[in-house]
Design a protein around this ligand. Structure first.
Ligand code: NDP
Length: 315
């Protein structure tokens, strides 16, 4: 016999970014007594950003971590039961749905709202993994401080890479930005800021051959894919900002997903292919991925869950 404990809830929310907390606020106000598990990064991706300027209601901007504290407090004040813990396994074969927390506690839920978000992607080269934590990082805002006054490199050409390159340019002496094409994906305004920063040097049509250094990052070998020429540049920090992967692995086989792991929802709703299981936020959104759209979809999921449970006479 296993000694796992079992608890029965109406609504289980997995994840604590803007989608999860907003779902919790709505579900708690609708008296559904939601239980929310925060996952390994309470507050989600916004806890590793700096200033958020585009979330409505904050005319002067707000720091990401501070905003997520507000989200959590609001959800708790409405009566959501917010807990630290990671969903490690699910069984959606029949009602009530089963979700295991930290491999030991079993939650049985009438409805599940998946808000597990997305995580940073890596290049996948050996030196990047070997030196991870020794100068290699996927979060400039978390780790940039360690490289004050030094030379660093960042890979990527989206809004995240642009934002992080600018952040680093304020701390570091020089920022090399390694861009694999001859153009950036980032929005025009961010590109302009990057190109106008005096200490950001863009390497176009370039890939990272290797991060150099035995025990810590000491340089990078950058290859120009047009000329096939490589250069070795001394750096102390190597940042990767090449997008994200949805955190949907534990739902594989239970829930329909696209080929990259984004959960499929019925357009205009938060419903998945499993009745009573809903998805919101970045785990089901590869297009918009904004705090405000995640929050909006968390609201949709709570309303969809409420309608589902009341149609079944559960709440
Ligand atoms: P994106 O998917 O938008 O961009 C990823 C970037 O990484 C692309 O430029 C891509 O190159 C590059 N890339 C991917 N794989 C590799 C690889 N193996 N080697 C080298 N380069 C690689 O991700 P972001 O995280 O930048 O942004 C995600 C979403 O969040 C976007 O919608 C963005 O607009 C939004 N966002 C908005 C912000 C804001 O408004 N303040 C801030 C940050 C993000 P390629 O272009 O060649 O495909």
């Amino acid at each position: 016999m296993s000694n796992e404990t079992t608890e029965r809830v109406h609504v289980l929310i997995i994840g604590s970014g803007p989608a999860g907390y907003t779902a919790a606020i709505y579900a708690a106000r609708a008296n559904m007594k939601p239980v929310l598990y925060q996952g390994i990064q309470p507050g989600g991706q916004l806890t590793i950003t700096t200033e958020v300027e585009n979330y409505p209601g904050f005319p002067d901007g707000v720091q990401g971590p501070e905003m997520m504290v507000h989200f959590e407090k609001q959800a708790a004040r409405m009566g959501a039961d917010i807990r630290y813990g990671l969903a490690t396994k699910v069984d959606f074969s029949q009602q009530p749905y089963k979700v295991w927390i930290d491999d030991e506690k079993l939650i049985e839920a009438d409805a599940v709202i998946i808000c597990t978000g997305a995580s940073a992607k890596w290049l996948g080269i050996e030196s990047e993994q070997r030196l991870n934590g020794f100068g290699v990082s996927a979060c400039a805002v978390c780790d940039g401080f360690f490289f004050r006054g030094k030379e660093v490199a960042i890979v990527g050409a989206g809004d995240t890479a642009a934002e992080e390159a600018l952040y680093l340019s304020k701390l570091c002496s020089t920022v090399l930005m390694i861009v694999r094409r001859d153009q950036m994906r980032a929005s025009k305004v961010m590109q302009d800021r990057v190109l106008n920063a005096p200490n950001i040097k863009v390497y176009w049509n370039s890939v990272t051959d290797e991060v150099l250094g035995e025990h810590k990052v000491e340089g990078v070998r950058i290859k120009n894919t047009q000329t096939n020429e490589s250069v070795e540049v001394p750096i102390s920090g190597f940042f990767v900002a090449i997008g994200h992967k949805p955190n949907s692995d534990i739902f594989q086989g239970w829930i329909d997903m696209d080929e990259t792991g984004y959960i499929k929802t019925i357009p205009g709703t938060s419903k998945t292919n499993v009745e009573g299981v809903f998805a919101a936020g970045d785990v089901q959104d590869k297009n918009y991925r904004q705090a405000v759209t995640a929050a909006g979809s968390g609201c949709m999921a709570a309303l969809d869950a409420e309608r589902y449970l009341s149609a079944k006479g559960i709440v």
